[in-house]
Design a protein around this ligand. Structure first.
Ligand SMILES: [Zn+2]
Length: 92
């Protein structure tokens, strides 16, 4: 891969390459630039890129969000049980 011109902001092709990369697999030179460039960070976040939509639509992300949802539901349940227990102690 040809090396990028230092200090130059990412073009559309490079933004797509970065957005389409798997986590941890982004081209290091592109990631390095975006890490220090708020302009490119904003463009990356604002960009409506097909690569990102395809990745978000993949069911691979489902178990993680399902696990987070389950953990949250358990926390809420524990809070409710604790509240009921407290009320019972106060009344009993
Ligand atoms: Zn930039």
């Amino acid at each position: 891969m040809e090396s990028r011109e230092a200090g130059r902001c990412l073009d559309q092709v490079e933004l797509r390459a970065l957005a389409g990369a798997q986590p941890g697999q982004a081209p290091p030179d592109l990631a390095l630039h975006v890490a220090g460039c708020t302009s490119c960070q904003a463009r990356l976040l604002a960009a409506d890129l097909p690569e990102r939509q395809a990745r978000a639509a993949r069911p691979a992300g489902l178990p993680r969000s399902l696990g987070a949802l389950l953990a949250r539901a358990l926390l809420v349940l524990a809070a409710i049980l604790l509240a009921l227990y407290s009320i019972q102690r106060l009344l009993g």
